[in-house]
Design a protein around this ligand. Structure first.
Ligand code: TTP
Ligand code: MG
Length: 407
């Protein structure tokens, strides 16, 4: 399943959060210069939902907005605050999935494909995300859940603000059908006009239009439109580029209190993470370990390192240090490693760099061997211990949870 999450009236909501006098009032971000003086130029960046009742929308000229709602409060906006809120939002998503496609400061796709067995109830997951956003950022978000990006995005928009709309698999057409054609992905102003000239007013009208006629009229794009109107969308979630962090985590088949076992799993995850670093030609300066306990309490701990690394041995060493430091001894459900703080080029700073370089060469050779002969052509001894628990595949283990078996 795909989630589309979008903050409600983002800039305006942040202003209302920070200034109680603005709450429940029509607030417009724009029309004020950085010195705080009212100006008549420019356009509305966004409007609070109270202001939207007057017909005000993003991109509307300020003077028009003033005419529609003379008593609206115009504010300058503060980008720093918006960036901070945006970062917080992305951090929250990290706790749910590592398949994240950012669409902007306040909007994202989250891919839960393959998580069906792990997260039994996606509505509960969405509620939890929304609650955390409210708690951490202090504003509301709307969420759409559906089998693909197209339907999820429309679903998140139909019950704004503070909406949660779940379109069950198979119900896409039913959901889209009554909506106006301009709500459909790929339908701009001009296309809307063309379609309306053909008598197509709703997405349902388009879905039942003969596709061969659309092909003849609009070429290949016509065919795509017809597929979209029928709720089909084959675009994958594209992960964040440039990559900000790489993470791997897994849920154990049974909760564990065995540090040897947990550290062996950390070794396996380190192998995967480090391999990805080398593939992307990156080195990490920050390693973090996440532990989720039997009661779902989750904590992450990170360590910055002076000498950036890209070897599984180093990542694992630091992950184990962190684990030893923070593990309370209570049963664990999930363990994960995330690396971030990337460097493109090696910074040679310490005495140990030579040793690190040697290990890098070794692991690069291992990559080549594994590429040719499979993961098990060469592996650290600690993984043999796990072979009793997890079945093997050519690329490694078939771990218990999809977040890892999708590696
Ligand atoms: P949106 O998500 O499009 O709008 P929104 O969050 O204000 O409202 P909602 O999602 O509830 O419909 O854009 C996010 C922010 O981006 C918005 O708060 C302000 C900024 N923005 C502009 O500065 N100019 C624009 O034309 C648009 C569309 C947005
Ligand atoms: Mg928004």
């Amino acid at each position: 399943m795909i989630f589309h999450v979008d903050l409600d009236a983002f800039f305006a909501a942040i202003e209302q959060r920070d200034n109680p006098k603005l709450r429940r009032k029509p607030v417009i971000v724009g029309g004020v210069n950085p010195q705080g003086q009212r100006v008549n130029r420019g356009v509305v960046a966004t409007a609070s939902y109270e202001a939207r009742h007057y017909g005000i929308y993003s991109g509307m000229p300020i003077f028009e907005a003033k005419k529609l709602c003379p008593h609206a409060v115009f504010v300058a906006g503060s980008f720093e605050k918006y960036r901070d809120a945006s970062r917080k939002m992305y951090k929250i998503f990290d706790h749910y999935t590592d398949r994240i496609e950012p669409l902007g400061l306040d909007e994202v796709y989250l891919d839960f494909y393959g998580f069906e067995n792990y997260y039994k109830d996606f509505v509960e997951v969405a509620k939890s995300i929304k609650t955390n956003i409210k708690k951490e950022i202090g504003i509301t978000a709307s969420c759409g859940i559906a089998k693909n990006k197209l339907v999820a995005k429309i679903a998140s928009s139909v019950n704004k603000p503070d909406g949660l709309t779940y379109i069950k698999k198979g119900k896409e057409k039913e959901f889209l059908s009554p909506l106006p054609i301009e709500n459909l992905y790929g339908v701009g102003r001009r296309m809307e006009k063309h379609l309306k000239n053909l008598g197509i007013k709703t997405i349902g009208d388009l879905a039942s239009y003969p596709p061969e006629l659309l092909l003849a009229r609009f070429g290949k794009y016509g065919e795509y439109l017809w597929l979209w109107a029928n709720g089909e969308d084959f675009r994958d979630v594209t992960l964040e580029y440039p990559i900000k962090s790489v993470g791997r985590s897994t849920t154990f088949p049974k909760n564990s209190v065995d540090p040897t076992y947990v550290k062996s799993v950390l070794r396996y995850l380190s192998e995967k993470v480090a391999h990805e670093l080398r593939e992307e030609n990156l080195e990490t300066g920050c390693i973090s370990v996440t532990l989720r306990y039997f009661d779902f309490k989750t904590l992450s701990h990170q360590k910055m390192i002076a000498d950036p690394v890209k070897t599984a041995r180093e990542v694992h060493k630091i992950a184990c240090e962190l684990f030893d430091k923070v593990w309370s001894g209570l049963p664990l459900r999930v363990v994960g490693i995330r690396v971030s703080g990337f460097y493109q080029e090696k910074i040679q700073s310490s005495f140990f760099s030579l040793e690190l370089q040697k290990q890098e060469k070794i692991e690069e050779c291992i990559d080549r061997l594994r590429e040719k002969y499979g993961f098990w052509s060469i592996y650290p001894a600690s993984l043999a211990f796990l072979a009793k628990i997890y079945p093997r595949s050519k690329k490694g283990f078939l771990l218990h949870t999809p977040s890892c078996s999708r590696i």
